[in-house]
Design a protein around this ligand. Structure first.
Ligand code: FE2
Ligand code: FE2
Length: 267
């Protein structure tokens, strides 16, 4: 006897609602695997939660109330860096899940596959960073973190094109720009394990940005407009402020991001 297969939307919703890091990591990887193996049907009966589940720690502060990071080379400064990165990856799990769950019905099964694969990558990134934090005598949750990233998602919940324009194509792309400098710092600290983690994350993030570009192009085609102009107008409308140089031109162009549009958004 075969059991009826559950809808992918329910499994995504459950992963979003998971609060503890281990639980969310397992749930995100499981939904990606179950979808890939055909154990879930393409169905979205229930709305995604407005706020995903979060653990009791870290304490979430507005970005302007975050304590200053210690000096780069000190143990405390290093812990603060890896903690901030772990938090970004933890929120990125929910960002990818929410993308698949909230917009999967209108964008189709390929979109769900791509963003669930991203969610599984983010879960792996989080695990690598939390493990690294533990080798430094800390752990995810030990320091406060800021809630700015989820806010960008909440502000674009009404429109898949706006969400793609801002989350993968601005926020994740920002990761491509800042990682090379972080990587040099980590290498200068003699942290070879940390450097390898950052290199792996950078490779994956180029693919994540590319997935965003791919589906913004789909939206532009549906709307009958130019994808670059669409990106620029959506970012101007939904993202406060200008993009900050220096830009990682080679990573950006590998991901398919327009360098001229990037520069237009920097001013
Ligand atoms: Fe990531
Ligand atoms: Fe990512």
């Amino acid at each position: 006897m075969t059991r009826e297969r559950p809808p992918v939307g329910d499994a995504i919703r459950a992963a979003l609602s998971a609060t503890e890091p281990t639980e969310k990591v397992m749930a995100a990887r499981k939904v990606a695997r179950d979808w890939r193996l055909g154990r879930l049907i393409f169905g979205f009966d229930r709305a995604m939660p407005n706020r995903p589940g979060r653990p009791a720690e870290p304490e979430l502060l507005p970005p302007n109330r975050m304590p200053k990071r210690g000096r780069g080379g000190s143990l405390q400064g290093r812990i603060a860096l890896w903690h901030a990165l772990a938090h970004i990856e933890f929120v990125a799990i929910d960002l990818a899940l929410d993308m698949a769950g909230r917009f999967g019905a209108e964008m189709g099964p390929g979109f769900v596959s791509d963003f669930l694969a991203v969610a599984a990558d983010e879960a792996m990134h989080f695990v690598l960073l939390d493990r690294h934090l533990r080798t430094l005598g800390s752990r995810y949750g030990a320091l406060p973190a800021h809630d700015g990233l989820w806010q960008a998602a909440a502000d674009t919940s009404h429109d898949v094109a706006a969400r793609l324009a801002v989350v993968p194509m601005v926020l994740e792309a920002r990761g491509l720009d800042v990682t090379p400098a972080t990587l040099s710092r980590v290498q200068a600290q003699g942290d070879a394990v940390g450097a390898r983690i950052l290199e792996r994350i950078l490779d994956d993030e180029i693919r994540h940005v590319a997935v965003g570009v791919k589906y913004l192009n789909v939206c532009a085609e549906r709307m009958g407009c130019d994808p670059e102009k669409l990106w620029i107008s959506l970012v101007r409308r939904h993202f406060p402020g200008a993009l900050k140089p220096p830009f990682n031109d080679s990573a950006r162009s590998t991901a398919g991001l327009s360098l001229s549009a990037t520069r237009a958004l920097a001013s």
